[in-house]
Unconditional design. Structure first.
Length: 162
């Protein structure tokens, strides 16, 4: 009998992460199909999703995307703010995103929101300053310099530990 293999640290980015995200997306889709308010509860879903990803070997935080303009999400929801899980390898996990796949931050903003404008990106609970913003003119995310450095260091640290 072969001994059980330890799951690879990066396994959360593969099948396991997709399964976890599909589970949360399924909750949203069932609510939507039943005609219920499917977009309420994004904060709790983002926390639960991140906890499960952490259990699978990921590390990250809950990210808040907001705009003084209304955010028009591709799911059909309208938000002033939206909570998603963000892993330190730069991927966004959004249970409301209908394609149910993790995306790099910049791709996520472009794909998940129609006409993104005045978008600020925050770490949940940190109100001192945003960690990034979406530049509508350049069609790209501009990260705060301190956060960009932290992200770079954590990515490097993760790659060295795998």
């Amino acid at each position: 009998m072969k001994p059980a293999r330890e799951p690879a640290k990066e396994s959360y980015t593969g099948v396991l992460a997709a399964d976890i995200l599909r589970k949360y997306n399924g909750i949203v889709e069932r609510r939507r199909a039943a005609g219920k308010c499917f977009f309420n509860g994004c904060q709790q879903r983002a926390v639960g999703l991140l906890d499960e990803l952490k259990g699978a070997g990921a590390d990250g935080f809950v990210m808040v995307v907001n705009s003084i303009d209304c955010l028009v999400h591709e799911s059909g929801a309208f938000f002033h703010f939206h909570h998603v899980a963000f892993t330190w390898d730069g991927l966004v996990f959004d249970p409301n995103y209908s394609k149910a796949r993790p995306l790099p931050l910049e791709d996520y903003i472009r794909e998940a929101y129609s006409f993104p404008s005045n978008i600020l990106i925050w770490k949940r609970g940190c109100k001192a300053r945003p960690i990034g913003r979406y530049d509508e003119t350049a069609h790209r995310v501009r990260l705060d310099a301190d956060f960009a450095e932290e992200l770079s260091q954590r990515r490097l640290s993760y790659k060295l530990s795998v």
